[in-house]
Design a protein around this ligand. Structure first.
Ligand code: ADP
Length: 309
């Protein structure tokens, strides 16, 4: 059993200040932090900490920011064999400004290296992808590379899980090759045109995905929990009551825990529970990748919430 996560790595550069600068203004901020981010990377870390055998594929520049990724994965004990690097490209970055007064943020993401995954890069990963049990994808890499990987996995009968974030249109012929989509409510709305505010809306949005050929649908609903539909059975799972301090990366945690459970052979609705538990634990801590829970923490909250399997 194994997961291949083919996605983005982005260094998050986060400054905190009182208010935002207006154009032309320079202000003094209060603190600065940097660390590993990117939806692909966050989900790979979440699945790895949840106990899955994950190989993460991404592309970095040969620069100091790329080294942040390599150092982090080595510390985590993750496989770095398919972390591609290319001279002349820059590792992707996100400049995040947080206004400490309003808690609002303003973000500029520059996708460079992980948005320039070439046909040759994808070919280097062909055997890896073909031998996977699950292929986990998001939308932060270049679409041509994503479509190539989807095609390879689909032909090889690998189960494809697509977290369509950030929301981007998906051609019908690609959608038909996806086994499970896992949008949040906003992404579900962009992709189906249905505003998802309750279980009935989630059902209608899910049916829309099924009509396009997707086999199973999960919609994460933030503090409302998470929903799944397989064409016959549906379930809206309430959120687990925890003290939320930072919900960034909750969707990534959910997807990592969810993919781990699927990879371990659990059914959609059990995997939904693991996703819900992993997402809940992640919001109790600050940050994204460093906030991902361990398998032990997941098992404990799972047992306390849902009992033993
Ligand atoms: P995204 O980060 O993509 O917007 P969501 O906000 O939908 O994703 O959150 C993903 C999952 O994380 C939810 O489905 C839920 O399982 C969990 N989660 C999010 N916010 C909370 C919260 N306040 N309390 C408990 N669990 C939460």
């Amino acid at each position: 059993m194994s997961i291949v996560d083919f996605g983005s790595f982005v260094v998050d550069l986060t400054s905190r200040s009182k208010g935002f600068p207006v154009p032309g203004q320079t202000i003094l901020g209060n603190s600065f932090r940097y660390g590993p981010g990117g939806k692909g990377s966050n989900q790979a870390v979440a699945a790895h900490r949840a106990g899955a055998d994950v190989t993460f594929v991404t592309k970095l520049g040969k620069d100091a920011f790329g080294q942040i990724a390599l150092d982090f994965y080595r510390k985590e004990g993750m496989n770095t064999d398919y972390i591609l690097e290319e001279e002349g490209l820059s590792t992707s970055v996100a400049q995040i400004m947080v206004d400490e007064e309003s808690a609002q943020n303003a973000i500029i993401v520059i996708i460079d290296a992980c948005g320039k995954i070439s046909e040759q890069d994808v070919e280097k990963c062909r055997k890896l992808v073909e031998s996977a049990n699950i292929l986990l994808l998001q939308h932060e890499i270049n679409m041509d590379a994503q479509y190539r990987v989807i095609d390879i996995a689909h032909r090889a009968g690998v189960r494809i899980v697509l977290n369509p974030a950030p929301a981007a249109p998906i051609p019908d012929e690609i959608m038909a090759k996806i086994d499970i989509v896992t949008p949040n409510e906003t992404e579900a709305e962009v992709l189906t045109g249905i505003h998802v505010a309750n279980a009935a809306d989630a059902r209608r949005a899910a049916e829309c995905f099924l009509k396009k050929g997707v086999r199973q649908v999960v919609i994460t609903l933030g503090a409302m929990g998470a929903y799944a539909f397989d064409g016959v059975r549906e379930e809206l799972l309430p959120r687990i009551p925890v003290e939320a301090v930072d919900t960034t990366g909750a969707g990534d945690a959910f997807n990592g825990g969810f993919a781990m459970a699927l990879d371990a052979g659990m059914d959609l609705f059990t995997a939904l529970r693991y996703g819900n538990v992993t997402g809940a634990l992640s919001v109790t801590r600050y940050g994204t990748a460093p906030a991902m829970p361990t398998r032990e923490e997941i098992d404990r909250l799972y047992a306390a919430t849902y009992g033993t399997k």
